[in-house]
Design a protein around this ligand. Structure first.
Ligand code: HEC
Ligand code: HEC
Length: 218
């Protein structure tokens, strides 16, 4: 094969994957909408999601409240955002060994049921067993001021999010710092995001302040 043929082949595969990802997402959003319009199907779907949630419990908690500070809460997260991010693992955009394996094993319907189950759980602020040393000099007060000025117009006054915008309240500070740094450094897991230009304007101190403020928010 010539270099040109190889390049063309790589480009076509990437395009096909992007189309497939979008098609899968559209199918799941449509299913979510249909389920949400009927109280009975909503209850049934949440129940089926709860049954599958044992697959996630070891890391995210069966009720979606995380067991580790580097793993995000799923509790109270918006269903559409959960579906979207799960698809990012399925397509290989976001990389995490277990998450990608799970994405392959679950049908689109099962993923929607899981998203509905977790979105209905109550999120509780994460309390680490030992204080996080990185946060020794962080100021929740400054974090609040920063959040109000730079983040709440998209993520909501209480950082509750909406539609595809994620809830940030109660996420563990470690996960928030790790993720904001991924946005800031164009990490391949999370590049080409509306968050990139926002995170690039934050200093390391501001990231710590915002993380400590959000992690304590109910
Ligand atoms: C072995 C641990 C493990 C298991 C089991 C696991 N996850 Fe995860 N999950 C993670 C980690 C770690 C991350 C964060 C990866 C990163 O930093 O990008 C994550 C991220 C996610 C995210 C993205 C959330 C966000 O805020 O962006 C979703 C959605 C998710 N997991 C859903 C699930 C579901 C649903 C299950 C069960 C079917 C599951 N996970 C099982 C470890 C796990
Ligand atoms: C213009 C709207 C907008 C503003 C302003 C904004 N965000 Fe975001 N944010 C988004 C969108 C959209 C996503 C989801 C897209 C993605 O994950 O790439 C997101 C995702 C995130 C995530 C990932 C959540 C997760 O569960 O993985 C974090 C953390 C975050 N934002 C923090 C912040 C902080 C802190 C600020 C203020 C300094 C901020 N955002 C300002 C739109 C915004």
């Amino acid at each position: 094969m010539s270099k040109f043929t190889i390049k063309l082949w790589v480009l076509c595969s990437a395009l096909l994957l992007a189309f497939q990802t979008q098609a899968d997402l559209n199918q799941q959003y449509k299913l979510l909408e249909t389920i949400q319009t009927n109280p009975q199907t909503l209850i049934e779907s949440a129940k089926q999601g709860e049954e599958k949630a044992s697959l996630c419990g070891f890391c995210h908690g069966v009720d979606g409240n995380t067991k580790r500070d580097f793993i995000p809460n799923l509790a109270g997260q918006n269903a559409k955002y959960l579906i979207n991010q799960f698809e990012q693992f399925a397509s290989g955009k976001r990389k995490n060994y277990v998450m990608s394996q799970l994405a392959d094993k679950l049908s689109l319907e099962e993923r929607v049921n899981l998203a509905i189950h977790f979105s209905q759980q109550e999120a509780k602020p994460f309390v680490p067993k030992k204080p996080n040393k990185k946060l020794a000099d962080a100021s929740s007060q400054n974090g609040q001021t920063e959040f109000q000025a730079k983040c709440q117009m998209c993520h909501g006054v209480k950082a509750e999010g909406w539609d595809q915008l994620p809830r940030l309240a109660s996420q563990p500070a470690e996960y928030l710092m790790k993720t904001l740094n991924k946005f800031k450094t164009d990490h391949r897991d999370r590049n080409q995001s509306p968050m990139t230009s926002i995170a690039k304007q934050l200093t390391d101190q501001e990231i710590r302040d915002i993380a400590v403020f959000l992690s304590g928010l109910q």
